[in-house]
Design a binder for this molecule. Structure first.
Ligand code: S3P
Length: 438
C-alpha cells in the first residue's frame, strides 16, 4: 500500500478460519530501537514491526549516526552508541505518522547537546504536543512548537535537565515515556504519576537494558546518570493488530481462529473484556512469558454479540481498539455505549467522529457525544467511507463490512502500512473479502 489514493473494498464472505500470526508490536518496536541505540554494545531485536512508523524511528536513529543492520525481515541489529553518542542530524527528523516516535524522541532529544527538529505527516502535524513539551520544559528542556502546540518541534540542544515529579493530567504512555527518557539524562529523580495506569513497555524495557527503575501500575521513578547495556529484545505480536481478527471472528457466524504469540500485557487487552461483556467467546491458550512480556495464543469463536456499556476504567487499556469495538457494536444486538474516551479525538484522526460518520453513512444509528458514542447495532449497507488516512479506521471498516449486506469502499488507506503491513493478505488468507486498489 503506497499512495493516498489507495482504497480498500470489503464485503461479507465466509467464516474466518485458520491459525494466524500478526506482525510485531508497534509500541515495543519503537522502544526497542530507541533503547538499543542508546545502549553500550550491540542489541538484537527479533520480531521487529516492518511498519512505516517503526521504520521511521529506525531511520531517525540512523540519521543520528547509529548503525542499524537488517540481516533479515523483522530483525534489527543495533550498534548502540551509548548515552552520549548520538550525533546531530543534518536534516529535520521525519517521524511520518507516528505519535509515539515523535513524543518519545522529543523527550530524548531535549537532553542532547545538539539542536534537532521533528516533523511529521499531515495527520501527525495536527496532533497535540504540549502535553509532552510542557513537562519537558519544567525539566529545563528548550522546545518550541508551532503556535497551536502542533509540530514541527524545534529542540535546542545543551539544556541541563532537572528531574521532576509530574502527575500526568491525561493517562498517556507516550508522555510518561518521554519524561522517563529525558529523566535518564536529568539531575536527580524523575517521578511520573498517572491518573490511570498505561502500558509499561518503557519501564520494563529500561529494566531489561540494565536501568534501575522503580515502577508499579500508575507510577514510575528513575534516577538520571545511569547507562544502558545491550539487550536481546523479542517483540510479541501486536495485540492491536490481532484485535481486528479477534473482532471479525467474533462477529462472523461460524468463525474459529487462533492468533499466535500475541502480547497480552494487561494494559493493552481491555478489548477482550469489552468483547466478553458483549458475549464474545475468546480463550487465551498457552499463556507464557517471552522476553519479559506475557504472550498467549488467542482462540476466538463466533458468538452472538449484544450491546454493552463499556466501563470507563477499561478505556486506557483499549485506547487503540475503539475503532474496531465500534465495528463490533454495529453488528451487535442493541445499544453499545462508550464514555470517557475523549482522547480518541486526538489520535491519528478524530476517531469518534470518523467512526460515527462512517457507520452512519452505512446506515447504522450512532449518537456521538463529546467523549464517546452510543451505537445501535444493525446491518451495514454499501457506502463510501472516509478513513481520514487513519490506519485503524481503515481496518475497522474492513472488519465491519464482514457482516454487512453490501460493500464498503474505504478511502485513503495507504497508512494501514504504518502499523500492519500485509493486513489485506492475512485477511484474505483466513476468509475475509478485503481488496486493496490504487
Ligand atoms: C502508545 C500509547 C498510546 C497509543 C499509541 C501508542 C505508546 O498513546 O494510543 O498508539 O506506544 O506508548 P497515548 O500515550 O497518547 O495514549
Amino acid at each position: 500500500m503506497s499512495s493516498a489514493s489507495t482504497f480498500i473494498c470489503s464485503r461479507a464472505a465466509g467464516p474466518l478460519r485458520g491459525t494466524l500470526r500478526v506482525p510485531g508490536d508497534k509500541s515495543v518496536s519503537h522502544r526497542a530501537i530507541m533503547l538499543a541505540a542508546l545502549a553500550d554494545g550491540v542489541s538484537r531485536i527479533d520480531g521487529f514491526l516492518e511498519g512505516e512508523d517503526t521504520r521511521a524511528t529506525a531511520r531517525a536513529f540512523a540519521s543520528m549516526g547509529v548503525r542499524i543492520e537488517q540481516p533479515e525481515d523483522c530483525v534489527r541489529v543495533v550498534h548502540g552508541v551509548g548515552m552520549r553518542g548520538l550525533r546531530a542530524p543534518t536534516q529535520p527528523i521525519d517521524c511520518g505518522n507516528a505519535g509515539t516516535g515523535m513524543r518519545l524522541l522529543c523527550g530524548l532529544l531535549a537532553a542532547q547537546d545538539f539542536d534537532s527538529v521533528l516533523v511529521g505527516d499531515e495527520s501527525l502535524s495536527k496532533r497535540p504536543m504540549l502535553r509532552v513539551v510542557e513537562p519537558l520544559r519544567k525539566m529545563g528542556g528548550r522546545i518550541e512548537t508551532a503556535s497551536n502546540g502542533w509540530p514541527p518541534l524545534v529542540i535546542r540542544g545543551g539544556a541541563k535537565l532537572q528531574g521532576i515529579e509530574y502527575a500526568l493530567p491525561v493517562a498517556s504512555a507516550q508522555v510518561k515515556s518521554a519524561l522517563l527518557l529525558a529523566g535518564l539524562y536529568a539531575d536527580g529523580e524523575t517521578v511520573v504519576l498517572e491518573p490511570h495506569p498505561t502500558r509499561d513497555y518503557t519501564e520494563s524495557m529500561l529494566s531489561a537494558f540494565g536501568i534501575r527503575i522503580d515502577h508499579r501500575p500508575g507510577m514510575a521513578r528513575l534516577t538520571g546518570g545511569q547507562s544502558l547495556r545491550a539487550a536481546h529484545i523479542k517483540v510479541p505480536a501486536d495485540f492491536s493488530s490481532a484485535a481486528f481478527f479477534i473482532t471479525a471472528a467474533s462477529m462472523v457466524p461460524g468463525s474459529d481462529v487462533l492468533l499466535q504469540e500475541v502480547g497480552i500485557n494487561p494494559r493493552r487487552t481491555g478489548l477482550l473484556q469489552a468483547l466478553r461483556l458483549m458475549g464474545a467467546d475468546i480463550d487465551l491458550v498457552n499463556e507464557r512469558s517471552s522476553g519479559g512480556e506475557m504472550i498467549a495464543d488467542i482462540r476466538v469463536r463466533a458468538a452472538r454479540l449484544h450491546g454493552a456499556e463499556i466501563p470507563d476504567h477499561l478505556v486506557p487499556d483499549m485506547i487503540d481498539e475503539f475503532p474496531v469495538l465500534f465495528a463490533a457494536a454495529a453488528a451487535a444486538d442493541g445499544i453499545t455505549r462508550v464514555t470517557g474516551a475523549a482522547e480518541l479525538r486526538v489520535k491519528e484522526s478524530d476517531r469518534l467522529a470518523a467512526m460515527a460518520n462512517g457507520l452512519r453513512a452505512a446506515g447504522i444509528d450512532v449518537e456521538e457525544t463529546a467523549d464517546g458514542a452510543s451505537i445501535r447495532g444493525g446491518v451495514l449497507g454499501s457506502a463510501q467511507i472516509e478513513s481520514h488516512g487513519d490506519h485503524r479506521i481503515s481496518m475497522a471498516f474492513a472488519v465491519a463490512a464482514q457482516v454487512g449486506s453490501g460493500e464498503l469502499r474505504i478511502q485513503d488507506c495507504a497508512n494501514v502500512a504504518t502499523s500492519f503491513p500485509g493486513f489485506d493478505r492475512l485477511a484474505v488468507s483466513c476468509g475475509m473479502d478485503v481488496r486493496v486498489s490504487t
